[in-house]
Design a protein around this ligand. Sequence first.
Ligand SMILES: Cc1cc2nc3c(=O)[nH]c(=O)nc-3n(C[C@H](O)[C@H](O)[C@H](O)COP(=O)(O)O)c2cc1C
Length: 358
Amino acid sequence: MWPDRRLLQLFKTEFPIVLAPMAGAMDAELVIAAAQGGALGSLPCALLSAEKAREQINIIRQRVSAPVNMNFFCHKAVDADPRREATWRQRLTPYYQEHGLDPAAPINSALRAPFDAALCEVVEELKPEIVSFHFGLPDQALLSRVKAAGCIVMSSATTVREAIWLEEHGAEIIIAQGAEAGGHRGMFLTDNIAEQPGTFALVPQVVDAVKVPVVAAGGIADGRGIAAAFALGASGVQIGSAYLRCPESRVSAPARIALAQARDDSTVITNVMTGRPARGVTNRVMREVGPISPDAPAFPHAATGLAPLKAAAEKQGKVDFTNLWAGQAVRMGREMPAAELTRALAGSALARMSQMAG
Ligand SMILES: Cc1cc2nc3c(=O)[nH]c(=O)nc-3n(C[C@H](O)[C@H](O)[C@H](O)COP(=O)(O)O)c2cc1C
């Protein structure tokens, strides 16, 4: 019934659908629900310590026997640059004053550590069936250990050049992430946002350039989008934004309202929230300081200065400084249990494909 069965064989899932890892927006609960519906559930580990990642996988393993994907960021870590930090704090000072906060107070920086030996040990211990990376791949020594643990490796490409690089460096599945996608751009060989191709242009060109299976990501939110991805040569889809309003996600109540109100033109790519380009629903700081600011410190340090503002605004029920990561099709997301949504997505994609074939 599915025109390409390679991923079903690799993942051993009912459907060639991947619930996207969405750091900060979900935990084990959404993974479990999507897996129960027949998708490959992805646990985002970018904001988790090794201990917390282990705890989350143990919860998943206790509740479902389905395969699981552990997802990590693998950017090159850079130390905070005191000069840029100072400029950034200065840029944010009016907001600190408005919220009665001291702009000079020290802040505990958020954990967005790249994949390292400690996290690799967790992978070796827990042996997730799949491991996916964002921002390239870890160094060969770590990657070899992941593969030796029996995990299938996926990573995101935002251009054909990145897809070829990933295949050459050992990725076994490529996620072609079009510019419509919510969250951080997985870009790692370029920093030019204006050049980033959309899903419709990217997927067939990546399919033509690599031999490994390609998963389409970005702006796919219903059966029509899934059928289109297969028509473009994808072997499966990775869907994020469409799951954000499921009851099992960890999206806060005010953020849920902002997502529910979002339209096709409500999102932009910004660097002000973390220092790396990411797509989200426009909030106050993105509008007033960005969406792109040369003052934003390098990833992930831009987020540090925003953290006290985010907390203060959220106490008032506001999302002025909150990451509202979402893609251009966020409006098509549905407020229904993730297992049910997964089955609905798969069912409507199959119906659409057989209708087109007939
Ligand atoms: C809220 C949110 C958080 C995300 N966090 C991650 C992440 O932690 N790791 C990752 O590889 N991709 C992350 N992404 C990107 C997704 O993997 C995927 O590319 C994207 O969701 C696909 O586009 P869509 O949102 O239009 O479905 C995130 C996306 C969203 C919407």
